[in-house]
Write a protein that binds this ligand. Sequence first.
Ligand SMILES: NC(=O)CC[C@H](N)C(=O)O
Length: 356
Amino acid sequence: MAPFGEPSHLGRKELKLVVFNTSLTGYQEILTDPSYAGQFVLMTCPHIGNTGVNFGDEESSQCFLGGLVIRSLSIGTSNWRCVESLGDYLTKRNIMGIYDVDTRAITRRLRQDGSLIGVLSTEESRTDGDLLQMSRSWDIVGVDLIGDVSCTSPYEWVDKTESDWDFNTNKRDGKTFNVIAYDFGIKHNILRRLASHGCKITVVPATWPASETLIMKPDGVLFSNGPGDPSAVPYAVQTVKELLGKVPVFGICMGHQLLGQALGGKTFKMKFGHHGGNHPVRDIRSGRVDISAQNHNYAVDPATLPEGVEVTHINLNDGTCAGLAFPSMKIMSLQYHPEASPGPHDSDLGKQYTAL
Ligand SMILES: NC(=O)CC[C@H](N)C(=O)O
């Protein structure tokens, strides 16, 4: 096994939840997705790094994940957008990476036993016993990870999807909707897709009071994706509760889980979660199946939801809840990523929020 970008990693160790991601492309978007904070991401695709890294595919300004685990690191890069190799990129951001790992064996173990806490260390004197001991000293359950990834003050977002990449030509005309987006670790493509569909967006920190949001008189509020255990952030659930029924709301991933809790439901930790760009999801109302991008370790237990809340989408791999709606209160949410990035465009965001 070999580390990437060794010098800056000397004396480093990280303890994180190990998850496997089945996306074939999009490692840069995965590296910069703030929802991966607290995790090592193991790519099941065996060959990573061949397109290098570019300026346009960042999903946030930083890499928040603990490290990248791969089978084989491409020895060269070949892409017209490439500005840097993957190894150099990780070294500059002081993110640990390791290659020549039997990723297939680890994935089989995680599927069998469930996600596990792993240790990545450059301290060669550590024995296997030390590493095992360390792995038992940390857990992702019950830890507030959104505090570290949220913005600290409100800002306006204006960037749309670049015209070269915008696949959705079926745009809505008319009124500009003012949207307040709660940043629990928001991915840029959620903001780009909303802007492309004609929204004026104000991004606010995770701790932004509901009363301030209501003063801003938004047409809708978005609760974003974000890392970690939704039960560890009761302040965010409280904010969601205070907004329900007063303004149309839409939740994505962590936002969906917080909405589930705010409605009185419970969330639970899944065996090994869903991470990848190939998850089939059925919209129960239309029967339509979308192939979707997913990244989550927790899910809403539909049996705990009160009457009136509809399960609108299910994940066809394991039957878990993939979307909720409460039409009379103008609430809808998705457990997966309609904005994709990386992933298929079947569930483009515009289609979802205009239904509100
Ligand atoms: N992408 C996300 O928002 C992740 C949601 C949640 N924190 C989980 O891991 O289940």
